[in-house]
Ligand binder design. Sequence first.
Ligand SMILES: Nc1ncnc2c1ncn2[C@@H]1O[C@H](COP(=O)(O)OP(=O)(O)OP(=O)(O)O)[C@@H](O)[C@H]1O
Ligand SMILES: [Mg+2]
Length: 316
Amino acid sequence: MTAILVENLVKKYKNGVQALKGLSLTVKEGEIYSLLGQNGAGKSTLINVLTTYLHPTSGSVTMLGKDIYSGAAAIRTDIACVAQRISIDTCLSLTDNMMFQSKLYKIPKVEAKKRMETLINCFELERYLKYPVASYSGGVKRRLDIALNMMSNPKILFLDEPTVGMDIQSRMAMWDMMKKIRDDFGTTIFFTTHYLEESDSLSDTICIMKDGKEVIQGTPHALRGYLRQDMVKISFAGEEEAKDCLKLLKSEFINEKAHLGKDEILINSENSHGDLKIVNRWLLENSIAFMGIEIVQPTLEDVFIRLTSKNEEEGN
Ligand SMILES: Nc1ncnc2c1ncn2[C@@H]1O[C@H](COP(=O)(O)OP(=O)(O)OP(=O)(O)O)[C@@H](O)[C@H]1O
Ligand SMILES: [Mg+2]
């Protein structure tokens, strides 16, 4: 069943900024869905609309079979949202924070205690119980924030950049937590990120968005060619050198999918080791001054460049 269906969503802020420009997407029930986009792409705006906090300018949203406008009150009891800023009360203890949350949702005390114990146990928060919340690291505070939001047993959990600024250990703990929420509680997770590898390794479906619109949506497997395809990168001292070399390279390797980056040339490659050798030899034989050559994984910016050049090739 479809958890969220967004069609042609437009959001124009009062100051004239159009943050969403006709965005459409589909989230399936029980999946981890990631919205991947750079700063200012419109991710938080979309979350604010989906969580009924902001009114869109036009377009339609159906969530759990209900229209978001007429069914807003019912939808609010079925969803939870962890915003970009942490919302826990650092003056209260971990358990007081959780019990306070249950009061907001009017959960009976006995039931609330049971849920709290399950969540503390499931997310391995026991070891923090004896310390004041104010002393927790950013990563643990964020995990507690998510545990709080799970107290209401939401059908859909929205997370806005849950791992931003975290070190790798905290990020991995967060990924485990998100998988547990999907697998043990059956909750649909909708999260935003600008980390390519996070979207790739964690989600069932990825939507890449840019400038208020979806660019492509699919499983990590289907988007593999964009997210994981190796590239051969040649670095230069400046942009002009890179441009000159690209012209020459394209005239000699007609089939190579090479494009210009900043002071560099990137070549999409299915056989990166073989291509690296060939291109390296060609550079040396033609006495081209370059700074380095290596095999790299695409960044989000590279993915956008590829997606845009694909659209141009197709005449879109
Ligand atoms: N309340 C607001 N009023 C006016 N413009 C806004 C408002 N909130 C966001 N914007 C603008 O809308 C655009 C999208 O912002 P949004 O916060 O949705 O992006 P984002 O993808 O969440 O970015 P980030 O990765 O930085 O969190 C930006 O140009 C931003 O400046
Ligand atoms: Mg944001």
